[in-house]
Design a protein around this ligand. Structure first.
Ligand code: ZN
Length: 261
């Protein structure tokens, strides 16, 4: 059996499809912020992950853990539920979470249960499957289309590592640093000399920026700054680099005295 402890959608769909194709139970758990879910996907005895979530969310709507955040206790709690289900399946005892989605709300401290039915149109466990082998899961989840495109266009020039930026500063260069985080994040820590325009305000504040200036854009971990760079690119800005790993990487590699969050 497979116990799904993944943190990304391509791996999650891959694990699901591999389980369905091999007829193995998939003990599922996921967490986000203060919420957790658990279930057992085990066709033909019950639905699979695709029956519940036929389509992955658009990649730009998927926050990673650094961006979205998760209560540190949740993985433990949902993991214990998954471990319990695993032992029950191995022992062949009790009533498994097959066909049931357990929803945990930490803020409300409540467990709810939702029935999940097999989707007769499910592309992998339905009666007329269109997926009969493993596919390209990065592509299915829309991940590489963006990544590969950016990477092939300009592999080294559109990112900059924190240590490279530090080296520039040490040489006396003063590159324009644009911080697109929110004010409450700026209050915690900031790279000295940066200009702040929160991502949501950026479209309306382009006039404050000089199209001719080379810019290093950063956020907390690199996701929002990538969106900011796409936006700036569309607006005709050219010399843009994303600070790899955002301010978290800057703190780790360059300035550990800054408070982190
Ligand atoms: Zn299915």
């Amino acid at each position: 059996m497979i116990v799904d402890g993944t943190d990304n959608f391509p791996t999650r769909y891959l694990a699901n499809d591999a389980c369905v194709l091999l007829g193995k139970p998939n003990v599922y758990g996921s967490i986000f912020r203060f919420d957790g879910q658990a279930s057992v996907f085990f066709p033909p005895h019950g639905p699979c992950y695709r029956c519940l979530y036929p389509e992955p969310p658009p990649p730009d709507l998927v926050p990673n853990c650094a961006e979205g955040g998760v209560l540190g206790i949740l993985p433990g709690l949902i993991g214990i539920v998954q471990a319990t289900e695993t032992v029950k399946l191995l022992l062949g005892t009790g009533r498994p979470l097959t066909g049931r989605l357990l929803l945990y709300d930490a803020l409300d401290m409540s467990f709810r249960e939702m029935k999940v039915r097999k989707n007769p149109k499910c592309p992998i466990c339905g009666p007329n499957p269109t997926i009969t082998g493993l596919i390209d899961y990065q592509q299915f989840c829309g991940v590489p289309v963006v990544d590969t495109a950016t990477e092939t266009k300009a592999p080294a020039s559109n990112v900059i590592a924190p240590l490279e930026l530090k080296a520039m500063q040490d040489r006396g260069e003063r590159p324009f640093i644009l911080d697109v985080r929110n004010p409450e994040e700026i209050a915690i820590c900031r790279i000295a000399g940066s200009t702040v325009i929160p991502l949501p305000e950026l479209p309306n504040r382009l006039a404050e920026l000089d199209r001719g200036t080379a810019m290093i854009v950063h956020c907390k971990s690199g996701v929002r700054s990538a969106k900011a760079i796409a936006l700036l690119n569309d607006a005709g800005f050219e010399s843009l680099r994303n600070l790899t790993g955002g301010i978290l990487a800057w703190i780790k590699d360059v300035d550990p005295t800054l408070p982190t969050y």
